[in-house]
Design a protein around this ligand. Structure first.
Ligand code: ADP
Ligand code: MG
Length: 262
């Protein structure tokens, strides 16, 4: 595939929070059809990278350029980024009592897809959306009753992560950033989440999986593995790099005494 479409091009990207420079001169590019894994010890800046890209106001961009699907991402508002198909599955999804998952997803769907660009609204009503959502639920093997629960309220860790994947299915992002979507999951929940991502992945989009652990990569096969340490990507390789990490921990690359946790 010679002419892969670049979706995300990050050049010399630097990010500050509370006056600390967390991301330093980071370079990272993703093409359509690719799955990337970013691995690294806790505190290496993985979540900071995600938040900065999605436009979280607490994160100050102090340098660099980011091109998203041909546009200058850093000039786009937070909601414009989301509408343009940049998606972040949170490491710690928030609970929103009183708002059903179904209502939340419909609102998000209409925000993302409800304007077809020529000024005509193509927002969907409750009934039409339910038809769409039912297909997604079926594809992801999630019971229909799940959609009527309040967003993340009382959800187990696995259910929260599945709700994030359902959101990804509904929004059909171009670039999906999955921040530790595997953390805290038992093996069945992990498989369910991985299975969902595999079903959703296609040649027009890209997935960036951020993870501390290698085990998710047993179920979602990345094309590239990047190691992040101290605010930068210090090594890039293929899937074998993740196996090497599993075996040796992070210390051999980062120079720190950080061991991979079991
Ligand atoms: P990771 O996701 O790789 O574990 P983070 O991006 O969460 O790492 O954190 C990177 C560094 O930024 C850490 O040293 C952390 O303490 C610091 N940091 C993250 N969020 C904040 C914040 N809101 N205020 C101050 N420092 C922060
Ligand atoms: Mg994190």
């Amino acid at each position: 595939m010679a002419d892969k479409k670049p979706l995300l091009e990050i050049r010399n990207f630097s990010v500050k929070i509370d006056n600390n420079e967390i991301i330093k001169n980071l370079n990272f590019s993703v093409n359509a059809g690719e799955i990337h894994a970013i691995m690294g010890p806790n505190g290496s800046g993985k979540s900071t990278l995600c938040y900065a890209l999605t436009g979280h106001p607490e994160y100050e961009i102090t340098g660099g350029e980011v091109t998203y699907d041909g546009k200058n991402l850093l000039e786009m508002e937070v909601d414009e980024r989301a509408k343009a198909g940049l998606f972040l599955a949170f490491q710690y999804p928030v609970e929103v009592p009183g708002v059903t998952l179904q209502n939340f997803l419909r609102t998000a769907y209409n925000a993302r897809h409800g304007n077809n660009g020529d000024g005509q609204s193509s927002k969907v009503n409750v009934l039409k959306f339910w038809g769409y959502l039912k297909e997604k639920l079926k594809m992801l093997d999630i019971p229909e009753t799940f959609a009527n629960r309040y967003l993340n309220e009382g959800f187990s860790g696995g259910e929260k992560k599945r709700a994030e994947i359902l959101q990804m299915a509904v929004l059909e992002p171009k670039v999906a950033l999955l921040d530790e979507t595997d953390s805290g999951l038992d093996i069945d929940a992990l498989k369910a989440v991985a299975d969902g991502v595999n079903k959703l992945m296609n040649e027009n989009m890209a997935v960036v999986m951020i993870t501390h652990y290698q085990r998710l990569l047993n179920y979602i096969k990345p094309h590239f593995v990047h190691i992040m340490s101290n605010g930068n990507i210090i090594k890039t390789g293929g899937p074998e790099l993740a196996l090497e990490l599993e075996e040796k921990g992070y210390g051999w690359i980062t120079g720190d005494k950080v061991e991979a946790e079991a």
